[in-house]
Design a protein around this ligand. Structure first.
Ligand SMILES: Cc1ncc(COP(=O)(O)O)c(C=O)c1O
Length: 397
């Protein structure tokens, strides 16, 4: 019998499912734990807006509580929210989704991603995704019994995934392609022509494309292309979106999936047994966000853009060459010049200078040699973090 750090008998050893055993603990979580025990840390670690949710959205939710809106909603989500979402997708991308069967309101994109994988994957199915990518992608595939297949991307190619590289990984077991652009962790945005080439591969091989577009509204000087809106792609795409990032609503836990009625009904089967319905108060807040949140989003995007320019220029000046991110709110500088691994860099920087960044290898092998810096924090903190990073790099190079 083994003893765990708390001194209790480890009764469950050997009793945890292999799928769960196979998951590596999130590389991000490890740094947050370390960070939580320290004082005076500037965090560029957490991928979360520093803004509070716009007041009118909070107020709508508070008012709904006062009126006693505290019950479950329909499994699919509040009809009013689905109507508004349907209109939003039509107005933004000219995509038509039936609110009664092609839209599902979920507990963030996190749940939507999990549902999508569980709905389409059978044991042994392969899902192709870019490396580096958001930490949950490969884990969700593994939890659904599938096998993640990584396609390398690189700074030289602006961290855009190539259609030819995807096609080279397709086997008889390939079930889907999972994309997330604008990208966490790199900030890369896929240009329309490159995305069209990927869509062409998906169509040729009849593969589903799961497109996580949670950062769709956070783009700087370039357009976001919605994968489902490309010719012939609506029926083949599971479009995931949410309110966490653009509306500064991470804690409200509202996301959505838009797809064919067959896919949405399969996802709803899992959702109804595991979740029932997304949080009612969060859904009310999302209704207000869709109705009247446009100006608040525009203001936040402008602010992120100012911070983006400062951090990218600052990192390059320090000698950490930084690819220009065109979306999301992450900078992904190379730390190769320091001779350290990503983990060494992040750990030493935290201990010596109290700046938290996330090692790039947390997002896949191709993230090694980079760190992720989230710039959704105040300009004052970004500037202080840059001067600490400079001191650190000067000392070690
Ligand atoms: C690319 C990406 N997808 C999904 C999520 C999860 O978002 P949500 O809060 O909607 O669950 C995140 C959160 O960091 C993310 O970066």
């Amino acid at each position: 019998m083994t003893i765990n750090p708390q001194g209790q008998q480890d009764k469950y050893r050997g009793k945890i499912s292999q799928r769960v055993e196979r998951l590596s603990p999130s590389g991000i979580r490890k740094f947050f734990d370390l960070l939580a025990s320290m004082e005076g840390v500037i965090s560029l670690g957490v991928g979360e807006p520093d803004f509070a949710t716009p007041w009118h959205i909070r107020e709508a939710a508070i008012y709904s509580l006062e009126r006693g809106y505290t019950m479950y909603t329909s499994n699919l989500g509040m009809p009013e929210l689905r109507e508004l979402l349907s209109r939003y997708l039509k107005d933004t991308y000219n995509l038509e989704y039936e609110p009664g069967g092609e839209l599902l309101i979920t507990v963030g994109v996190s749940e939507a991603l999990d549902l999508a994988m569980r709905a389409i994957i059978d044991p042994g199915d392969e899902v192709i995704m870019p490396d580096p990518c958001y930490v949950a992608y490969s884990s969700c595939v593994i939890l659904a019994g599938g096998i993640p297949v990584m396609v390398p991307t690189s700074e030289e190619n602006s961290f855009e995934v190539s259609a030819a590289d995807i096609e080279a990984q397709i086997t008889s077991k390939t079930r889907a392609i999972l994309l997330g652009y604008p990208s966490n962790p790199t900030g890369a945005v896929m240009p329309k022509d490159k995305l069209k080439q990927v869509a062409e591969v998906a169509r040729r091989h009849n593969l589903a494309v799961v497109s996580d577009e949670i950062y769709a509204k956070l783009v700087y000087g370039v357009p976001h292309t919605c994968l489902a809106a490309l010719p012939g792609m609506k029926g083949q795409t599971i479009l995931l979106g949410g309110f966490s990032k653009a509306y500064a609503m991470t804690g409200w836990r509202i996301g959505y999936a838009a797809a064919s009625s067959e896919i949405i009904s399969a996802m709803t089967k899992v959702h109804q047994y595991t979740i029932m319905s997304a949080p009612t108060m969060g859904q009310v807040a999302a209704i207000e966000a869709l109705r009247a949140g446009k100006d608040s989003v525009a203001e936040m995007v402008e602010d992120y853009n100012r911070r983006r320019l400062v951090i990218v220029e600052g990192l390059n000046d320090i000698g950490l060459s930084c690819f220009e991110p065109k979306g999301a709110f992450y900078a992904f500088p190379s730390i190769k010049a320091t001779g350290m691994t990503s983990e060494e860099f992040a750990e030493k920087l935290l201990i010596e200078e109290k700046v938290a960044v996330v090692p790039g290898n947390a997002f896949g092998k191709c993230g090694e040699g980079y760190v992720r810096c989230c710039y959704a924090t105040s300009l004052a903190d970004i500037e202080e973090a840059l001067s600490r990073i400079k001191r650190f790099v000067d000392r070690h190079c």
